[in-house]
Design a protein around this ligand. Structure first.
Ligand code: URA
Length: 187
């Protein structure tokens, strides 16, 4: 099995889809390589493409606030995206882009072996939980997949557009923090 650094090196030269030509930076993922909790967003935005780090723009800053509110350190978790390169104008990922990129995320999960994966938003949930996932009805629900538990919360960018969703997000994040503590007891 490769290490995260070996995998990152492979991604750096990836040209499996057209986004390889337009990216400024690969946005591989960041955080604790032995994290028990992993967040998976959709795709890098402008700030992420400029810096090479996921969730550093406005949506990322809002995510940081929720992590802080429930006592989770950003440095304890691992954060990645379904796509590692920015789609132009932040459009939704195309199926062929997801297909080209998803193997890298699978490899990251295999290496990190998180206990809990949290999908940030519907695009991630539809890819990682089930194709017909409905974020409004099913956020906060738990699914068992192989060795890990998986759930989805609203994407932080959706909370910026509709702040009324923030209450639900806080409740979901509290339950995630509680589940992480429960899981820790059985390690
Ligand atoms: N939105 C995402 O889904 N991922 C990022 O890294 C930034 C914004």
């Amino acid at each position: 099995m490769s290490t995260l650094e070996e995998l990152r090196a492979k991604c750096e030269t990836c040209q499996k889809c057209a986004l390889g030509k337009t990216r400024n930076h690969l946005v591989f993922g960041v955080g604790n390589e032995r994290a028990r909790l992993m967040f998976v967003g959709e795709a890098p935005g402008e700030q992420e493409d400029l810096t090479g780090t996921p969730f550093v723009g406005r949506a990322g800053q809002l995510l940081d606030k929720f992590l802080y509110a429930v006592g989770i350190e950003r440095s304890d978790v691992y954060i990645a995206n379904i796509l590692k390169c920015r789609p132009p104008q932040n459009r939704d990922p195309l199926p062929e882009e997801e297909d080209a990129c998803i193997g890298y995320l699978r490899e990251q999960v295999r290496i990190i072996q998180p206990k809990i994966i949290v999908c940030l938003g519907r695009i991630s949930a539809m890819r990682l939980i089930k194709p017909d996932f409905k974020i409004t009805a099913e956020h906060g629900k738990w699914f068992q997949k192989g060795d890990f538990l998986i759930t989805a919360v609203f994407h932080p960018a959706a909370l910026l557009r509709d702040p009324r969703k923030k209450e639900d997000m806080l409740e979901d994040m509290k339950r995630i923090a509680a589940k992480l503590n429960e899981e820790g007891e059985f390690q």
